[in-house]
Design a protein around this ligand. Structure first.
Ligand code: MEV
Length: 321
């Protein structure tokens, strides 16, 4: 019989405003998407002591971690976790990873996998998970393998599972939700690598420093306005900032035909605002709705060919509708 030793999960995330500019030291607002999660389960496994195997059906991986390349993010996650744990010996283990998050969809699947594995494995080996701060730091280290130069926003919102106002190298600020926010997320179904999108922006930034700096400053101003709007419950102002943020993201060339099409569909169906989320190029978009329009916007996005659409509300604690 399978012996389950520990389990832990981590949510997906959506960046409401500020992606890309956040890499250049500007603020961003990110929320956890608790309905879509990665779950890591640790089981006793018949293999030599101190050996660890990974089973991740989503990426068709079933291997002893020692047989993965040194730079493989899952090998790094496991080895960094073991280095932080107090206990040095344990029985043979199997880590099973299950995810409902789209890979390459701008919703933080890589960071959620790292976070869930670190939590579950450390709980199994030491009897309690590592401190949240340590989990966040290790998840960030693995993000560097996935993305090269991550801002840290993804690992932070995923590890703390709270709406946050995030700025590189400054203490995290949790955001209070003044009034219920109705959101719909839709997936273009097109995978996009964050590292490529981030390096593309870097290249254009290096060629047009002054113009890009102005755009990042404009995004930073929107983020600050949006934070006030969220805290005071001014949904109309939040909508204006999100729409304008999408326009600036188009200008820095990270949107795409498929994303713009879903953004337009959502607005035509009554969304107050719509924008891409995350690195762009493909992946997901988000629509800001009211309680009355969320359903019609979801239907319109489905009809327009989105591969997955779901709605949820943000009330300080997210609840599924
Ligand atoms: C990716 O989810 C968000 C980006 O701003 C990259 C980063 O912050 O590391 C595009």
């Amino acid at each position: 019989m399978t012996e389950f030793l520990s389990t832990a999960s981590a949510p997906g995330k959506a960046i409401l405003l500020g992606e890309h500019a956040v890499v250049y030291g500007k603020p961003a607002i990110a929320i956890p998407v608790s309905q879509l999660r990665v779950e890591a389960t640790i089981e006793a496994f018949r293999c030599p002591d101190n050996e660890i195997w990974i089973d991740s059906p989503t990426i068709r991986l079933y291997k002893n971690i020692k047989d993965l390349p040194y730079e493989h993010p899952l090998r790094e996650v496991v080895e960094m976790t073991l280095a932080e744990c107090k206990n040095r010996s344990f029985p043979g283990l199997m880590i099973r990873i299950n995810s409902s998050l789209p890979i390459g969809g701008g919703m933080g699947s890589g960071a959620a996998v790292s976070c869930a594995v670190i939590r579950a494995l450390s709980k199994c080996i030491d009897g309690q998970p590592l401190a949240t701060e340590t989990i966040n730091r290790l998840t960030f280290e693995v993000e560097k393998i996935y993305h090269g130069n991550p801002s840290g926003v993804d690992n932070t919102v995923i590890t703390y599972e709270q709406p946050i106002y995030f700025r590189r190298n400054t203490p995290l600020v949790k955001i209070k939700i003044g009034k219920t926010i109705h959101l719909v997320i839709a997936d273009t179904g097109i995978n996009s690598a964050t590292s490529l999108m981030v390096s593309g922006v870097r290249k254009r930034f290096d060629q047009n420093k002054e113009i890009y700096q102005q755009k990042f400053d404009a995004i930073a101003k929107l983020v600050d306005e949006a934070r006030e709007a969220i805290e005071s419950g001014n949904i109309q102002l939040l909508a204006e900032t999100m729409n304008e943020n999408h326009r600036l993201l188009q200008e820095i060339e990270v949107s795409s035909f498929a994303l713009d099409r879903l953004v337009k569909t959502a607005r035509s169906a009554g969304a107050l605002a719509a924008k891409l989320i995350g690195a762009g190029g493909g992946g997901n978009m988000i629509a800001l709705c009211t309680g009355e329009t969320a359903k019609s916007v979801s239907q319109a996005l489905n009809a327009a060919g989105a591969v997955r659409v779901f709605s949820f509300t943000l009330t300080g604690e997210q609840t599924e509708e």
